[in-house]
Design a protein around this ligand. Structure first.
Ligand code: OXD
Ligand code: MN
Length: 582
């Protein structure tokens, strides 16, 4: 069942890393129970209360290993140009020379787990096989939730050798010896020195975005940092949308949106297909079809509550692995922004006694839950359809207190590509000391595009030309404020009102007003929001002066890509500049 190519690679890694034991994972329930018991015995997982949080565990990471480390993440393409100004680059030979000594003997005294996995529904033309070799049982148990892990991968692979070689070791967890290296030409990832999800669950950001974006460029498909959701109208028709949002913009909440009572009462429903990554391919009907390559959610815990994301709270009620959250004496977990008060006698994410007046956070701001997507109450019944789902619209959203309207529609695919390429989010007081700094994050892919971003824009333009009926593209902004800094839009479930207009536009309906940046809604269904036409006018206003400044800032930033930036992007920029000047 295991192809010779996989056996040979595992043997090569075994000889290099010198583990005490080798375990080939099959993905079975018995294996999950055995590995979980071992993780509990070794203190890697702490069991939670079996009644209040059934099947769930807490993991505490090394305090220096709590997030992705972009400065230690490298694209090791053959040339620096290919990686582009958006990536750190190391020559493949240099990366191998640097990392091989770190892997040598790194698994002595440890177990080497061979974790075969499928990204995407098993048997789907979208899907890709990876094999992760790791010495972390935490990684194995998370991969089991986040991917289709185990024997299914050997079936999908058959006797081929078309799989991503994902090598991971915790090493000594020192940030001085931490590297996450991607070798797109060899379909290989080497990660050492970190157990954090984004650095160590190699199917996620490393394979499904960085490696897959390069594969997609070569093979004519797209790997995007996008949620996928289905919106069902009162006639029972479903439209599927993809959405790219930089972090801290409510992507997981949007993916699991609960319709507000006024819209639910009229029959609107929202279905979740994916919360983080979309793979898109042209379908036989001239549309773009999307599949979620993941099988679980690796979500940020703080701020998640019954109020902000009821579906997420139901999803994580059982069979969850929590990382770096607070723990009560009653065996329940807690984080800042939870709807319940903290349980008694809590310890913080590092295991130190904590009380509400402690002045420190109980949960790390990037603490996480890992849960199976199948447990989500809003999961679409077709979320694992091997054919994927046909995409009607793509949303690009970010946090913009000024300038960007609640929702606007791009003229066409080329203009929409420009809207994505100019995506930027303003920093908040909570995120950094500097408030109001605009960070460009094109298509929310800046940390995840495995090659030159200007070439990536070119790939977007080519893909649009390849499909006869490409999705319509929209910009959205839930975070516009008034002069006093108060949010103009209630957000959360009410965002469905903007999606209602998006869908009407996709159906060739919906009143629109043309502006220099695209179409904005002439009216929106605001029943039950307490907002009136004047509020809508403030939410959809397009201020030429602000946009002239925005266009100037875009030009500076595009300049950093040199002459690789496609002409069509500059053409769109010139068109915007002309439309907003004078
Ligand atoms: C994530 C991220 O964890 O984007 O999804 O960092
Ligand atoms: Mn993400």
């Amino acid at each position: 069942m295991v192809p010779a190519s996989a056996r040979a690679w595992v043997e090569e890694v075994r000889a290099l890393c010198q583990p005490d034991h080798v375990v080939w994972c099959d993905g079975s329930e018995a294996e999950r129970e055995r590995l979980t018991a071992e993780a509990v015995r070794d203190g890697v997982l702490l069991p939670l209360d079996p009644v209040k949080q059934p099947g769930s565990y807490l993991h505490r990471s090394d305090p220096s290993d709590v997030a992705r480390t972009e400065h230690l993440t490298f694209i090791c393409s053959n040339t620096k140009d290919e990686a582009g100004p958006n990536n750190n680059w190391m020559a493949p030979a240099d990366a191998r020379a640097k990392l091989t000594p770190l892997f040598r003997g790194a698994m002595r005294g440890r177990t080497l787990y061979v974790v075969p996995f499928v990204m995407g529904p098993v048997g789907s033309p979208f899907s890709k096989v990876g094999i992760e070799i790791t010495d972390s049982v935490y990684v194995v148990l998370n991969m089991r939730i986040m991917t289709r892990m185990g024997n299914a991968a050997w079936t999908q692979l058959a006797d081929g050798d078309d799989f991503t070689r994902c090598l991971h070791s915790l090493g000594d967890l020192s940030p001085d010896r931490r590297f996450i290296c991607h070798f797109p030409q060899d379909n290989t990832i080497w990660s050492i020195g970190s157990g954090y999800g984004g650095n160590a669950l190699l199917g996620k950001k490393c394979l499904a975005l960085r490696i897959a974006s390069a594969l997609g460029r070569d093979q004519g498909w797209m790997a995007e940092h996008m949620l996928i959701l289905g919106v069902q109208n009162p006639r029972g028709e479903k439209h599927y949308l993809c959405g790219a949002f930089p972090s801290a913009c409510g992507k997981t909440n949007l993916a699991m949106l609960v319709p507000p009572p006024a819209l639910a009462g009229r029959g609107w429903k929202v279905w979740t297909v994916g919360d983080d990554i979309a793979w898109l391919r042209p379908g036989p009907d001239g549309r773009l079809w999307a599949a979620n390559p993941e099988a679980g959610f690796f979500g940020v815990a703080p701020g998640t509550s019954n109020k902000t994301n009821l579906n997420a709270m139901h999803t994580l009620a059982r069979n969850a692995i929590f990382t770096n959250v607070g723990l009560g004496a009653d065996g329940t977990v807690w984080w800042e922004g939870h709807h319940s008060p903290p349980p008694a006698d809590m310890v913080d994410w590092r295991g130190r006694p904590w009380s509400p007046g402690a002045g420190e956070k109980a949960a790390h701001p990037n603490s996480r839950f890992t849960v199976p997507a199948s447990q989500c109450p809003s999961i679409a019944p077709e979320w694992e359809d091997p054919a994927g789902v046909p995409i009607s619209a793509i949303l690009f959203g970010a946090r913009r207190p000024r300038t960007v309207p609640l929702v606007f529609e791009a003229r066409d695919w080329q203009h929409g590509t420009f809207v994505g390429a100019t995506l930027a989010s303003e920093t908040t007081a909570a995120a950094t000391g500097a408030v109001g700094v605009l960070r460009r994050d094109p298509m929310a892919m800046l940390p995840f595009c495995g090659y030159d971003m200007a070439d990536y824009f070119g790939h977007w333009l080519r893909m649009g030309a390849r499909v006869a009926r490409p999705p319509r593209i929209f910009g959205v902004n839930w975070f516009r404020t008034d002069a006093a800094g108060r949010f103009l839009w209630p957000g959360y479930g009410e965002n469905l009102r903007a999606l209602e207009w998006v869908i009407e536009r996709c159906e060739g309906r919906g009143d629109a007003v043309s502006t220099p940046i695209g179409n904005v809604p002439a009216s929106l269904d605001l029943e039950g929001t307490g907002l009136d036409a004047a509020a809508l006018a403030a939410l959809t206003a397009v201020d030429r002066e602000e946009w002239a400044k925005e266009a100037a800032a875009q030009a500076d930033w595009f300049g950093t890509f040199g002459d690789r930036l496609p002409e069509a992007v500059w053409a769109e920029h010139a068109r915007l500049s002309a439309a907003v000047s004078g």
